[in-house]
Design a protein around this ligand. Structure first.
Ligand code: SAH
Length: 342
């Protein structure tokens, strides 16, 4: 059972050793409660329950707590049990999906709930972090185009320093940490520093943002492969040739700025001028928008529509499926009525 209680101004007793109870203490403080702590069963006296509305019994493995539930019953105080906090001193890279809370995984939610510190990006679903990581310290290390508040090596240094100080650190990233997310570098630097590190995969925007616009990246008898490309820097002539020769769907991230070079390169490499292209901006937000054209005209269409980052480009016949899949995808994503006509 999951209950929501207003604990503002109420006294809560958290019972459990300090390391195991640290998340619960922080969470109850954040909820506005006055927190009393009891770190060892040997220190228990019934007087500690005076004025207490709730006891949080943390499962810290100490058998001495057995008498606590009976004492709570006698005093008419509610008791809830909680698992011990995850040990500190580690980093978890968490994929936050394409920006909607609906697409956070169960693993991501669990990691956030247990976090002492969260370092998050602009594209990660950060608006509800207060609720998803209650009591955690929230650090914005977001990179915006042309504006780099915290450099990559500085992010890595801060994460490691925080884990070494005993915190359970979550690095929340947009989409999946290993898809153009520099997740590999962050894992490597933690490993090098001797800090335990793990990864919770996320739903990548490369698949989910086209889906939000009703575009399946593969479709029977239309496309049996999809290639995910970074448009951060223009591709080489050889890469254009390879991509055009594959005959499958091409999904481009960070590609708004280099769209003119890509469109021209694919045309030079022999891709048909009438190949459908979609630009899906700000997937899963209230201002999600899809602009569809063909390879010959997409640069003009995107300029006219003033397409901006963040956007996912989709090049391929699957773009034509948008009409038939759109309604279904909208319903699935809870976005009915929000998608623009394509
Ligand atoms: N690791 C991320 C990608 C990081 S690169 C992932 O797996 O999704 C950042 C790029 O992702 C953006 O420039 C854009 O191309 C794309 N992107 C991420 N979220 C997006 C969203 N909600 N809408 C549109 N594009 C998005």
């Amino acid at each position: 059972m999951n209950l929501t209680a207003d604990l503002t101004g109420q006294t809560v007793l958290v019972a459990g050793n300090a390391a195991a109870a640290r998340r619960a203490v922080r969470r109850f403080r954040t909820s506005g409660a006055t927190v009393r702590t009891l770190t060892s069963p040997a220190d228990f006296s019934p007087g500690l329950l005076d004025g207490v509305v709730l006891v949080a019994a943390i499962d810290d493995g100490d058998g001495g707590w057995a008498a606590l539930p009976a004492a709570c019953r006698r005093h008419g105080v509610l008791l809830v049990r909680e698992p011990a906090a995850v040990p500190g001193g580690q980093v978890t890279l968490v994929g936050g999906g394409p920006g909607t809370e609906d697409l956070l995984t169960a693993g991501a939610l669990a990691a956030l709930r247990e976090a002492d510190v969260v370092f998050y990006d602009r594209l990660a679903p950060h608006r509800s972090l207060d609720r998803l990581a209650p009591g955690a310290e929230l650090v914005d290390v977001g990179k915006r185009p042309g504006h780099h508040p915290v450099g990559q090596s500085e992010i890595e240094r801060l994460m490691i320093e925080s884990a070494r100080a005993g915190n359970n650190v979550v690095r929340l990233k947009g989409g999946d940490p290993f898809v153009f997310g520099r997740g590999g570098e962050e894992v490597a630097s933690c490993a090098e520093a001797g800090v335990p590190v793990s990864v919770v995969s996320g739903v990548t925007s490369a698949i989910a943002v086209p889906a939000a616009a009703g575009i399946p990246v593969t479709h029977r008898e239309v496309s049996r492969m999809f290639t995910v490309v970074s448009g951060h820097a223009p591709l080489t002539e050889e890469e254009h040739t390879h991509l055009a020769g594959l005959g499958g769907t091409i999904v481009v991230l960070m590609g708004v700025g280099t769209l003119p070079q890509l469109a021209a390169g694919l045309r030079r490499a022999g891709m048909r001028a009438d190949m459908p292209v979609a630009v899906v901006e700000r997937g899963y937000s209230d201002s999600q928008r899809t602009t569809v054209s063909d390879l010959a005209d997409i640069v003009t269409a995107a300029a006219t529509a003033r397409c901006k980052s963040p956007a996912v480009l989709v090049i391929g016949e699957v773009v034509r499926q948008a009409g038939s899949c759109r309604e279904q995808a909208a319903q699935l994503a809870g976005l009915a009525g929000r998608l623009e006509a394509v």
